[in-house]
Design a protein around this ligand. Structure first.
Ligand code: TXA
Ligand code: MG
Length: 340
């Protein structure tokens, strides 16, 4: 594939048992020696390092240009490994793990001394997650240690959902990316804080607040004071943004869309539209993305579509607003931050 050719980063396929074995072995070798590797998870691609090696984790901050106040999620491959990372394991954590792990849920709990301070941005808690992606699971098993991994993108950009996204953004800066195909979920995990007296949702995700509440009986959704939001930067107002300006619009038909586009044509020269309704004659076909009307499918392709607009040099992305129902809440959360 020619998108892999001009950069130094090696991209390995995992498409057959032999290729998977070789790719996992190479990734584990690099991670053991303190290097960082791009790895697929079911949510988004991660930029992984040995979570127990402060120097390796420092490299993640360097490559992403990530502020050191932003804590990194630790990916584990068993309950036993999870327990080594956290100082407490409340009944609620056991319940959440039984219901949702492996899967797109991160639990925040008090950390043990095993986890270096750089991972948690000097804070007393650590976010842990058992990912379900088979490639990520195989790498953690091969390593035998947990992997610290934020999304594999330059800080403040949208998360990558394919190996190609990682390669385009970080190629030349990292030695290896494993290609595990497009991510099945497509947006980042739900982050649930269990370190306080009552559970708090720090970042909505495709495991919905309602689903969590059904398992635990209740969920406090208190908004956090701004000072505290700094401890969980995923909660900051502007985050996960495409290069182009993103505007969410409500329009009912093609005519209304046309007048909205007309209004923006004075200021923007490369307008792309992401709509539920398909074609509009007012833009070239390659500047229109048709989005699915179902939230799981929408989340799966959202970042890909935003990446595609960026790659095509869009200066404005007009996106038709999704429905305002609970199943769309994590998507609204990401759109709000991307459009801020
Ligand atoms: O789905 C995901 O969670 C992906 C994949 C790779 O696992 N990872 C991811 O990492 O999205 P990142 O670094 O892009 O976002 C992690 C966010 C932080 O910005 C913060 O909001 C929250 O998770 N977080 C992590 N550790 C935390 C902690 N100890 N306390 C509070 N929030 C934490
Ligand atoms: Mg991120």
């Amino acid at each position: 594939m020619d998108w892999k050719s001009p950069k130094k980063t090696n991209v390995l396929s995992t498409g057959t048992p032999d290729l998977l074995r070789e790719a996992v072995a190479q990734a584990a070798r690099l991670l053991e020696t303190g290097q960082i590797v791009g790895l697929p998870t079911e949510t988004v691609y991660g930029l992984a390092a040995n979570a127990l090696m402060a120097k390796a984790v420092a490299r993640i901050f360097e490559v992403k240009g990530r502020p050191t106040r932003n804590p990194i999620i630790v990916h584990i491959g068993s309950l036993e490994m999870a327990r080594q990372c956290v100082a407490t394991w409340p009944e609620l954590a056991a319940k959440m793990a039984a219901a949702f792990w492996p899967g797109p849920l991160t639990l925040v709990l008090p950390k043990t001394a095993l986890i270096p301070d750089i991972v948690t941005a000097e804070g007393p808690t650590v976010g842990i997650r058992w990912p379900s992606h088979p490639v990520m699971q195989a790498v953690i098993q091969a390593c035998g240690f947990p992997l610290a991994a934020p999304s594999a993108n330059t800080s403040n950009r949208i998360s990558p959902t394919t190996a190609q996204h990682v390669w385009e953004d970080l190629g030349d800066k990292i030695p290896l990316i494993l290609d595990g195909g497009p991510c099945q979920i497509g947006i980042e995990s739900t982050v649930l804080d269990l370190s306080q007296s009552s559970p708090r949702l720090l970042r909505p995700g495709m495991i919905h607040a309602e689903t969590i509440a059904a398992v635990i009986g209740h969920l406090s959704l208190d908004s956090m004071p701004d000072g505290e939001k700094l401890r969980s930067p995923g909660m900051l107002k502007k985050h996960y943004a495409p290069k182009a300006k993103l505007v969410i619009t409500r329009c009912h038909d093609g005519l209304e869309l046309e007048s909205i586009i007309e209004g923006f044509k004075h200021t923007y020269s490369n307008i792309h539209v992401l709509t539920f309704n398909g074609t509009t004659p007012y833009l070239p076909a390659d500047r229109i993305g048709v989005m699915p009307r179902e939230p799981l499918a929408f989340a799966r392709c959202l970042y890909s579509e935003l990446h595609r607009c960026d790659t095509h040099g869009a200066d404005l992305i007009l996106m038709e607003a999704p429905p305002e129902t609970p199943l769309w809440s994590a998507i609204h959360d990401r759109l709000k931050r991307a459009a801020a």
